[in-house]
Design a protein around this ligand. Structure first.
Ligand SMILES: O=P(O)(O)OC[C@H]1O[C@H](O[C@H]2O[C@H](CO)[C@@H](O)[C@H](O)[C@H]2O)[C@H](O)[C@@H](O)[C@@H]1O
Length: 854
């Protein structure tokens, strides 16, 4: 299918910054295809155009038809409707995992899928459409987490307290939904692609993609509001959701106030480093931008000013005689403020009697499938009241059309109106408001717009109201209807210019060019990615000589104020027990702690664990009693000098103390006043360096609210090197090829742990140089992983946020934790069952039986 070749005014792939690779392709990921798929009674597949989200689909279409970008669309099919069994497809019946009774015609053959795909491509005149098939019996399940949890919270509504069971099953489906997109995109993505993800159904997708794809540019755009951190923090999955979004290089919002809330959540909820326009997590920076969505003005003007519309306008005028027409068009859900609108309109007629019989409100509503009958009842009651109160024999103040009206009637209403009233209590972008402004370019009627709508960021010159202030809204209606023609056209002019300046095409171009400009400033599109846990799991399952090299404080246990209180949790013991039980696992703890601490809390309980104390000064092999001192022959006279300096600072700084180990000495200032503590630490460090550096072979290290001094001769990296490469870490006798580990997980949080990661990276480089064979997952199975905080510079290849996530990850390897708890990722079959799971296999069998029986 060919392009129009009207690339004028489009951002061009040739403008891509020269330091960046481009494939000249954009992969758009949307919640649903722009089509409805129906199986008719004759058994044919019918594909028709879906109503709604027109601005979004228009953006993809124009990119494909007019620009130089090769544009792809990845989207879910939506609920496939079978006319035989409509109710069944949409009912909420419990979907039993085994699909025992699932014999409905939703079983699609590969031929069915091909036929539907080609009909979709034909209907959109676009060959690059890639449907996502998720063919479970209860097709509605894929929407539930997004619509029952995210949507309300993002619109400042919190659900009733609940036991969380239902929400957990919705969450599993949400993860799977995102996962299905990731799997499809992985099949089609190429280096240099822009992957543009839309909206709140796909908040996990950016991170899922970043874990697996290299050299792609990911942007996400949220079409609904983003709430303040006080609301967002109520979501149990708040941290995973933010991390999911932060896999994107650029995050777009409808207005800066939404962007600001997002940034504040990143810093308040996840503790990340932020600026007013950026969030940085493990050296990876996401740009946060406010780019309000625009509409397709050209095609709207063409449609809204067609001759057929004039006839409809005439009829509307005749019906309403010389009365002023106020128009409202809203989805009937709790955030559109229809109740507030009706209350304000009633008040308007109460306090401005001169307008009675002279003004009508034509309210067009459509009830979404998730409608609340309570709301519908309230709206109907209010309308009856107003009409009862103010109707006359030839006048009815409110006409309510609760239906989807056709396009022509909609445009006629927007054009004939004397006022448009939008009182939403929260929305992202109200396209009715934008369309109204375009339709009013000749008549210039005013727009009264809620200040809680994201649309105000574009329509700054509209007459803005607080929908909660009925008197204020009533007054605004009166004043707007009394505006002089001159004033009206002055305002309309400004508003029209604002809408025109931000067309759908402008919005599309701005999202892309902002992303490109930002990427040009970044040295790498990657940063340190979040740990790819499914890959780690696969690698674990297919390896047989595994090593686990753990730092202790801040990695296996959270940092606490008192070093003596940082003792292992029951959960940690349970995990260490599981790991050591497997004869294929060798476990080491490589810590700054002294022997006594490690012996007491680890060695005495798990003699199978090897221990390294005081940053490599001492070692104790698994199942051995004796500790080996690697620093035996060294001069230790520096200890007295260090102790003296530390005690001087202890006296000067309340709350500080010295931890004296056998070799290393640590000065702790966590309990001191934070500002004084850091200040004294800097001075103390300088003094130590001055007194020690030339004379002794020791290192002064800044740790977590501490200063440590230990011999330079050994460090944690040296220990890692010996453990991985040698049969005996003391004699350093090398391992044979077939003795080398095929899986090494090395976890640490502190600067001293970077030595371990560096050592592991060096081993990997050597193995690459030696052209050693890689495993079937494309690596040597070496995993240097850093554990928060997010702002540190690291040489690790992946990150986890905190010790809790460390235990989750280890629990995953031991089969104690589900992948869903960790935010993905899982492989699915085309029905959304876990691939190769019992339910997937049974479902497949049922499908085959069903097809045979036909
Ligand atoms: O190598 P590690 O196992 O990470 O040990 C490093 C140091 O950890 C301990 O201090 C740190 O953790 C304490 C408990 O959470 C905390 O109170 C303190 O502020 C941290 O600096 C330990 O006391 C040191 O001996 C270790 O060298």
């Amino acid at each position: 299918m060919t392009k129009n070749n009207d690339s004028y005014g489009w951002v061009s792939p040739n403008d891509f910054p020269s330091n960046l690779k481009t494939s000249k392709r954009i992969i758009n990921c949307m919640t649903q295809l722009p089509n409805e798929i129906v199986k008719t009674e004759s058994g044919d597949w019918k594909v028709s155009t879906l109503r709604g989200s027109s601005a979004l689909y228009a953006s993809n279409k124009a990119l494909h038809d007019e620009s130089e970008w090769e544009t792809h669309l990845v989207a879910w099919t939506g609920e496939i409707v079978s006319n035989f069994n409509k109710t069944k497809l949409f009912n909420d019946s419990k979907d039993d995992e085994f699909d025992k009774f699932d014999k409905d015609p939703l079983y699609l053959t590969e031929n069915d899928k091909e036929e539907i795909t080609s009909k979709i491509q034909e209907s959109n005149k676009n060959d690059n459409i890639h449907p996502i098939w998720l063919l479970r019996k209860d097709q509605h399940r894929w929407r539930k987490y997004a619509e029952n949890v995210l949507w309300p919270a993002f619109h400042y509504m919190i659900n009733e307290p609940n036991d969380g069971k239902e929400e957990t099953s919705w969450w599993y489906d949400y993860v799977k939904f995102n996962e299905a997109y990731a799997a499809k995109i992985k099949q089609i993505a190429k280096p240099g692609d822009i992957i543009w993800i839309h909206d709140y159904y796909l908040l996990l997708l950016p991170q899922l993609l970043r874990m697996e794809l290299k050299d792609v540019y990911i942007c996400h755009f949220l079409h609904i509001p983003f709430p303040s951190s006080e609301y967002f923090r109520c979501l149990p999955k708040r941290k995973i959701l933010l991390d999911g979004m932060l896999g994107a290089n650029q995050l777009g919002f409808q207005s800066y106030s939404f962007a600001r809330h997002f940034i504040s959540c990143c810093s308040r909820v996840n503790g990340y480093e932020t600026t007013p326009t950026e969030v940085t997590v493990h050296s990876f920076t996401s740009k946060v931008v406010a780019l309000p969505l625009g509409i397709d003005i050209k095609s709207l003007e063409k449609d809204a000013f067609k001759p057929e519309i004039e006839d409809k306008i005439k009829i509307l005028k005749e019906l309403n005689k010389d009365r002023k027409i106020i128009i409202g068009r809203d989805r009937l859900d709790s955030v559109r403020g229809v109740v507030q609108k009706l209350q304000a309109f009633e008040l308007f007629l109460d306090i401005y009697p001169e307008w009675r019989e002279k003004v009508v409100l034509i309210q067009v509503s459509f009830t979404p499938y998730y409608h609340s009958s309570k709301l519908e009842k309230k709206v109907n009651e209010l309308i009856s009241n107003i009409n009862r109160k103010y109707s006359t024999i030839n006048y009815q103040p409110v006409s309510h059309y609760n239906m989807r009206i056709n396009k022509e009637e909609y445009f006629a209403l927007l054009r004939v109106a004397d006022l448009c009233l939008i009182t939403s209590i929260r929305d992202g972008m109200n396209t009715t408001a934008l369309e109204y402004i375009v339709c009013q370019k000749l008549k210039c009627s005013p727009l009264v717009l809620s200040e809680f709508s994201g649309t105000t960021s574009v329509l700054q010159d509209s007459i803005q109201v607080n929908p909660w202030d009925s008197v204020g809204v009533a007054n605004a209606i009166n004043e707007s209807l009394l505006l002089s023609n001159e004033k009206k056209s002055f305002i309309e002019n400004k508003l029209y210019k604002a809408v025109n300046k931000n067309s759908n095409k402008d919005w599309t171009c701005k999202v892309i060019s902002n992303l490109m400009n930002f990427m040009a400033t970044q040295t790498s599109s990657q940063g340190t990615p979040y740990l790819n846990k499914p890959l780690l799991l696969k690698s674990y399952e297919t390896s047989s000589r595994r090593m686990f090299l753990f730092d202790y404080d801040g990695t296996l246990t959270p940092i606490v104020r008192d070093p003596n209180a940082a003792i292992p949790s029951i959960r940690l013991y349970d995990i260490l027990e599981g790991l050591t039980k497997d004869p294929n696992n060798e476990v080491w703890i490589i810590s700054g702690r002294d022997q006594a601490f490690l012996e007491k809390w680890i060695g005495s309980k798990y003699p199978e664990i090897g221990l390294s104390a005081e940053h490599g000064c001492f070692m104790k092999k698994a199942k051995k009693q004796e500790w080996i001192n690697l620093t035996e022959s060294l001069d230790m006279s520096w200890q007295t000098i260090v102790e003296e300096i530390f005690s001087k600072y202890n006296e000067k700084t309340p709350g500080t103390f010295t931890e004296k180990k056998k070799v290393a000495l640590t000065w702790h200032y966590r309990k001191a006043d934070p500002i004084l503590g850091s200040y004294q630490a800097e001075k103390c460090k300088a003094e130590l360096i001055e007194k020690l550096n030339d004379k002794y072979d020791v290192e002064v290290m800044s740790g977590k609210a501490n200063l440590e001094v230990r011999p330079k001769f050994v460090n944690k990296g040296e220990i890692v090197k010996r453990l991985v490469k040698c049969n005996d870490p003391i004699t350093q006798e090398s391992k044979n090829m077939n003795e080398l580990p095929d899986f090494v997980v090395c976890l640490g949080d502190d600067t001293t742990d970077e030595d371990m990661f560096r050592a592991l990276n060096k081993i990997e480089d050597e193995w690459i140089e030696e052209k050693r064979e890689i495993n079937k997952h494309g690596s040597y199975g070496l995993y240097p992983i850093t554990v928060g905080p997010a702002n540190k510079v690291t040489v690790a290849k992946a990150y986890l946020n905190d010790p809790n996530q460390v235990l989750d990850t280890l629990g995953l390897l031991l089969g104690k934790v589900s992948l869903f708890e960790t935010g993905g990722t899982v492989e699915l079959d085309d029905r959304g069952h876990l691939k190769n799971s019992a339910s997937s296999l049974l479902s497949k069998q049922n499908r085959e039986d069903y097809l045979k029986s036909k």
